[in-house]
Design a binder for this molecule. Structure first.
Ligand code: NAD
Length: 282
């Protein structure tokens, strides 16, 4: 039987409806303050679409633009000003930053309780300790999608392919918090395929197109594909695909996320939920 699709678009739409409801009932404003440095076309497009998404759920969006040539001091200065402003409860910094600016140093300056992308290492640390904190949006999206399958995480054997600070590691930690047994793999892991084949839940965040096919998957497993790859398609179109070969994998998996329409829209929805948490409390 082909895998059931974990529909990230539909799930994201219900999360957005809940956020809209919370914002409407809160009786006080929710606002996201985003810093955008320079005029990178992809970041510009993302910022515009983020503004529209915020508006849809009643969150005000303020974009703080800094010139392309800004250095660490200017960017850090803006972040610190936002930290100090009591009217600002939710901050994010768009990437990329200009060459030479240390992204992690900037991210570590964002006040942890206003860090709605969960990129400050303090928030990752809080996730490890199980403290209340703003969880990195993609990791939160992955776990929500796994939970939407109905699979019980406690005792499940989970394999996470990829161990970046922003995706793979926080996903592994969240799964550990749910009392799953977790294997974290990276590009040096020996026989990743054999490890993956043991997984009840397989999360793939390696950034390698079509790395995982049916041979990597235990029949009936939950497969979450975090990868995003855009390649030119026929007639000037763009094809979006993931780290998983969907056609072959979906013949073996029990549940699978598509790309597009899986983790991506849920990541955006989790950012909105983090903004609501930061502005309105949990
Ligand atoms: P990254 O390059 O920072 O990290 C990749 C990780 O995968 C590393 O730990 C590396 O060691 C590991 N890896 C690489 N090849 C491997 C292999 N063959 N076997 C096992 N491990 C391997 O990437 P990232 O920022 O974590 O992003 C991963 C993918 O997820 C990218 O395609 C990215 O575009 C996508 N992404 C999607 C979202 C979303 O919202 N859907 C968000 C962030 C990233």
């Amino acid at each position: 039987m082909p895998a059931a699709i974990l529909d990230g678009k539909a799930l994201a739409s219900s999360v957005r409806a809940l956020v809209r409801d919370r914002v409407t009932k809160a009786g006080r404003p929710a606002r996201l303050d985003a810093v955008l440095v320079g005029a990178d076309p992809a970041a510009e497009l993302y910022a515009q679409s983020q503004g529209r998404t915020c508006a849809e759920v009643g969150i005000e969006y303020r974009l703080h633009r800094l010139p392309a040539g800004s250095g660490f001091e200017e960017i850090a200065g803006r972040v610190l000003l936002l930290n100090e402003d009591d009217a600002v409860r939710a901050i994010m910094v768009h990437l990329p930053l200009p060459a030479g600016v240390d992204v992690e140093r900037v991210q570590s300056l964002i006040s942890p309780e206003k860090d709605v992308e969960g990129v400050n290492p303090a928030n990752i640390g809080n996730v490890v300790y199980g403290r209340r904190s703003l969880v990195p949006c993609t990791a939160r999206a992955v776990v929500e999608l796994v939970e939407s399958s109905g699979v019980k995480l406690a005792g499940a054997h989970c394999v996470v392919v990829g161990a970046s600070n922003i995706v793979g590691k926080p996903v592994a930690v969240l799964l550990m918090r749910a009392e799953a047994t977790v294997v974290s793999g990276n590009k040096h892991t020996r026989d990743m395929k054999a490890l993956s084949r043991q997984a009840d839940v397989l999360v793939v965040a390696a950034g390698v197109p079509h790395l995982v096919d049916a041979d990597w998957i235990k029949p009936g497993a939950v497969v979450i594909d975090v990868g995003i790859h855009r390649t030119p398609g026929p007639g000037g179109t763009t094809v979006t695909s993931g780290d998983v070969d969907f056609a072959s994998a979906s013949a073996v998996a029990g549940f699978i996320t598509p790309v597009p329409g899986g983790v991506g829209p849920m990541t955006v929805a989790m950012l909105l939920r983090n903004v609501a948490d930061a502005c309105l409390g949990r």
